[in-house]
Design a protein around this ligand. Structure first.
Ligand code: PMV
Length: 350
């Protein structure tokens, strides 16, 4: 290989995303058991800088990693294992020393999933550095970034685009793939393009069961095949809803998906519960608010206790008033985090 550069560096800021049809269950290297649909968040982001400096080729990955200006041995080890896999494609990785610095715009250990923003930011950096170091343009930059983000953490592959994204092969979307996500923003009705997501921090800190362990439990889950069938149907149904702008159908489907995710956890061969009493209390309050006001406020859940409140931009003032007056007391340290549908990753140039 011809080395075009002694050193190269780049910085990407990439978002987290929230799934509406959930990915839960996988095989091989993050090949999903069913398709999923999400949208990118505008404020929950990770900013990652990678500096690559040519070194004598002694094999292996040479890496220094800091998270929020501090060395972090646990993250460094995970990243090293990931970059060892990435060197299969980005062969120059073993000939460069890497300094990687990363930070989040949301509080660490807030219970907001960070692997999607973290791995999408790293994968985007790898793609940019690849072009700079080899001098070869990637054929499809974002597909490649999505593929490598997926290998870091499945849901991360949906974070390389702005707006709405679909990941996983489905007969209902022609260019869909298990290997990478595709942007579907051009299919989305305007009412959904400015959705708000208020994340209520019900519980900070590390989850009792990681999503890696959760996915693994699907292998011998009594309801796995039924779940995969329903997730496929929900993907088709949600695509139609997102096109038509049918808010009532959106509420019904998205809440059912969130509850099914948690029902799968509770019915795993080794059952576990990630919701907390305040998660359920907030869900009850949301339903009451919706029934009394007629405002289509709905919830979804990640693999954790926090609640994502979704509503249209039009209803946002009333929803925020409701959050401040009636929901804040259920949040740990009264914390919540307001997001909207985001425009996707940005490369930061200095
Ligand atoms: O990407 P992972 O392995 O952290 O799995 C994420 C799974 C959920 O967040 C629960 C659902 C999803 O589709 O994002």
């Amino acid at each position: 290989m011809t080395q075009a550069r002694e050193s190269a560096e780049c910085t990407w800021k990439s978002p987290s995303n929230i799934a509406l049809v959930k990915y839960w269950g996988k095989r091989d290297e993050q090949i999903p058991a069913n398709p999923s649909i999400s949208f990118s968040l505008d404020r929950a982001t990770t900013e990652t800088s990678v500096k690559a400096v040519n070194r004598s080729n002694d094999g292996g990955i040479s890496l220094n990693f800091t998270f929020e200006q501090q060395p972090n041995a646990a993250f460094e080890e995970k990243l090293k294992a990931y970059l060892t896999k990435a060197a299969r494609e980005f062969t120059w990785l073993e000939q460069y020393h890497l300094d990687i610095a990363s930070s989040n715009t949301f509080p660490h250990s807030s219970g907001i999933a960070s692997s999607a923003s973290a791995y999408s930011a790293v994968a985007l950096c790898l793609c940019t550095l690849h072009e700079e170091i080899t001098g070869n343009k990637l054929q499809d930059f974002y597909r490649k970034a999505s593929t490598w983000a997926r290998i870091g953490s499945g849901s991360a592959c949906r974070s390389v685009y702005g707006g709405f994204t679909l990941w996983g092969k489905t007969p209902h979307l022609e260019n869909s793939s298990d290997e990478y996500a595709v942007g579907i923003d051009h299919l989305i009705h305007p009412v959904f393009q400015t959705l708000k997501d208020t994340i209520l921090i019900i519980e900070k800190g590390k989850k009792a069961v990681s999503s890696t362990a959760g996915h693994a439990l699907l292998k011998h889950h009594p309801f796995a095949s039924t779940r995969y069938r329903i997730a496929g149907e929900n993907t088709a149904h949600l695509l139609a809803i997102l096109k038509s702008g049918d808010l009532d159908a959106f509420v019904e489907l998205v809440e059912a998906e969130a509850l099914m995710l948690h029902a799968l956890m509770m019915t795993s061969p080794t059952p576990f519960i990630l919701m907390k009493p305040n998660t359920l209390a907030v869900i009850e309050k949301i339903k009451d608010f919706r029934n009394q006001s007629g405002i289509r406020l709905l919830f979804t859940l990640d693999a954790g206790a926090n609640v994502h409140l979704l509503n249209t931009e039009h209803d946002n003032d009333q929803v925020q008033y409701f959050v401040r007056n009636e929901l804040i007391g259920y949040c740990q340290n009264q914390s919540y985090f307001c997001n909207s549908v985001g425009k996707g990753p940005v490369q930061i140039t200095t």
